[in-house]
Write a protein that binds this ligand. Structure first.
Ligand code: UDP
Length: 318
């Protein structure tokens, strides 16, 4: 197949590109490099079935030739990024999704939307099944991301219902692995970078909020199973193993040598406003429809991720 990935130089997009190329497909990666990085795809330079186009998906997108699938991953998914860049976040979720849908429709391609657990907001139902409509504050700082993805889901379903476009929606829960950005401000990268630099790990507030962390190869596997399935309704893709942020900090501390301290800090900016108190995917639908569940244990995935950042920092990367 010939597959276009928006956000193809990003963390998840580049892993998808690797896997699709390994499976024999052709990949066109589009990225404006706002949060993606060419180092994630430099090993693909010169690959005969890979092409990179630097382009902002909120602007009209066109590529020559047939396309079988448009995988729309372009996004600013880190809270720190979307708090700093609220308008580009809204634009890529809304205008970018519209353009990517238009391209898929023009080409008669399958359209796959990367959505998010943030559509559930600060959830009042736990764990979160797909039929939970969520608890989102539209005017809070996270609203720019949450609502842009909720709009993206709505317009995807509208293209499906009104234009008959073949579509898929997957809701990604906290995913981690090599090629995340060290400065993306997320808990995984903050803790690993802090530990490797000999700094204290910054646990926000009392560290009692929970998250469930999925290794990137498991997520990629789920996305490719969904590509092959005939399922239009949204599907959660995440690891149901839930832990508190404090437990997570202790795990990173242990795996990086056990010498870093943990400090509790309470950010005074908007970083923790409307921060979901708990998050864990209900993956019953993914199990039943895709025969999928995550396989990589947290410690194993974290070791790969820590090794990646150790190498990156050794080479002078940031
Ligand atoms: N967090 C933390 N210390 C950090 C960064 C994040 O305690 O240095 C917390 C954050 O408040 C949230 C959780 O870790 O409760 C996960 O945050 P992240 O930014 O990774 O993504 P989110 O799941 O909120 O989208």
């Amino acid at each position: 197949m010939r597959i276009l990935i928006t956000g193809g130089a990003g963390f998840i997009g580049s892993h998808l590109a690797d896997r699709l190329l390994a499976d024999g497909h052709s990949v066109i990666a589009i990225d404006n490099l706002a949060t993606g990085h060419t180092r994630n795809i430099e090993h693909l330079a010169g690959h005969e079935r890979f092409r990179f186009i630097k382009h902002d998906v909120t602007e009209f997108v066109y590529v020559e030739g047939k396309l079988d699938v448009v995988l729309h991953l372009a996004s600013l998914p880190s809270p720190v990024d979307y708090l700093k860049k609220p308008i580009p976040t809204l634009k890529v979720g809304a205008l970018g999704t519209h353009k990517a849908l238009g391209l898929a429709r023009d080409k008669g391609a399958l359209f796959m939307l990367a959505s998010t657990s943030e559509v559930y907001g600060d959830p009042l139902v736990h764990p979160q099944p797909e039929d939970y409509w969520g608890n989102v504050n539209p005017v809070g700082p996270r609203g720019v991301y949450d609502e842009s993805k909720r709009f993206a889901e709505a317009i995807t379903m509208a293209y499906h219902r009104y234009h008959g476009l073949d579509t898929r929606i997957f809701r990604i829960f906290n995913t981690y692995g090599p090629r995340m950005r060290a400065d993306d401000g997320r808990v995984v990268t903050n803790f690993i970078a802090q530990a490797l630099r000999g700094e204290a790990l910054t646990v926000y507030d009392d560290g009692s909020r929970t998250r469930s962390f999925c290794y990137v190869s498991d997520l990629v596997d789920g996305i490719l199973r969904l590509l092959a399935a005939k399922e239009t309704e949204p599907i959660n893709l995440g690891n149901p193993t839930e832990m508190t942020v404090l437990e997570f900090a202790k795990t990173v501390q242990k795996l990086t040598g056990g010498t870093s301290e943990l400090v509790h800090v309470s950010p005074t900016d908007e970083r923790t406003k409307d921060d979901p108190q708990v998050r864990r995917p209900d993956i019953q639908r993914a199990r039943e429809i895709l025969g999928w569940e995550p396989k990589v244990p947290l410690e194993e995935g974290l070791r790969h991720t820590i090794d990646y950042f150790r190498r990156l920092f050794d080479e002078g990367g940031r």
